[in-house]
Design a protein around this ligand. Structure first.
Ligand SMILES: O=C(O)CCC(=O)C(=O)O
Ligand SMILES: [Fe+2]
Length: 244
């Protein structure tokens, strides 16, 4: 289903065709009706959920995350069990939980990249914290993206730099709480790739593979389900430290 050698080697992999294209396209219809929860405006202002609620209306979004519908049977009975198989294979030694369940809508925009690592690798509240230094070796999280339309570089397929899960960054350079540039921006620009991923496949990458939302040059919103499996010991640390 997923090439685990690629995942280990590149920090990123694209699955075989595992989901029904028509089911995925009808999920895209459902997703198009969901209200934004947090996100980025066209003018590159970050909107947390309080700001979204206060604005009470149409915002000029570049991209936004919506909460995933909880009662969708295709998501619950087909998509989750498929992803769980990958988690069991990669994170079985530690146990894991699927967290951060969203749909991301990437509208037409040309905002700068915001390169980052996903939880639990970087915490703006605790820039000095490095769980990967003291927890048992191995991936701490896997992010899954399930495209709801065919992903292309034109419509903003996720940009990532293969192999960067083996790099050792200073997390302070990847926090960018006000979206200021990162010293790694040029490295990213010189080395990123974007995969074409058809509906029915999913992408997965380790949380410490350098990546970014990319500009969408088309008039069609590029949507995906996005979820993160986090290792149990890292979740325990997050709880102990009041993070997440
Ligand atoms: O939508 C994308 O291409 C990437 C999203 C992402 O990196 C995130 O939600 O953390
Ligand atoms: Fe991310």
């Amino acid at each position: 289903m997923v090439n685990f050698f690629d995942l280990d080697d590149l920090g990123f992999a694209v699955s075989e065709q595992v989901f029904n294209r028509n089911e995925i396209l009808s999920l895209n219809e459902v997703a198009s009706q969901l209200p934004p929860f947090v996100g980025m405006l066209q003018n590159f202002d970050w909107m947390n959920n309080d700001k979204v609620n206060a604005a009470q209306g149409d915002l000029d979004w570049a991209y936004y995350w919506s909460q995933i519908p909880e009662d969708n049977s295709y998501i619950n009975h087909v998509i989750f069990p498929t992803l769980e198989k990958v988690c069991n294979r990669v994170l079985h030694n530690w146990g894991w939980q699927l967290t951060n369940r969203y749909i991301i809508s990437n509208c037409k925009h040309d905002c700068p990249v915001r390169i980052h690592l996903d939880a639990p690798y970087v915490w703006p509240q605790k820039p000095e914290l490095r769980m990967d230094d003291y927890l048992e070796k191995g991936p701490l999280s896997i992010t899954f993206m399930i495209p709801l339309i065919d992903f292309t570089s034109e419509n903003g397929s996720t940009g990532y730099v293969p192999g960067t899960h083996r790099y050792r960054y200073n997390p302070k350079d990847l926090l960018r709480p006000n979206s200021e540039p990162s010293p790694y921006d040029n490295f990213f620009k010189d080395n990123y790739i974007q995969e074409d991923v058809e509906c029915g496949r999913f992408m997965c990458f380790y949380g410490n593979t350098l990546h970014s939302v990319m500009p969408n040059q088309t008039n069609t919103v590029r949507r995906a389900i996005i979820l993160r499996a986090i290792r149990k010991d890292a979740l325990n640390e997050m709880k102990r430290l009041g993070l997440g």
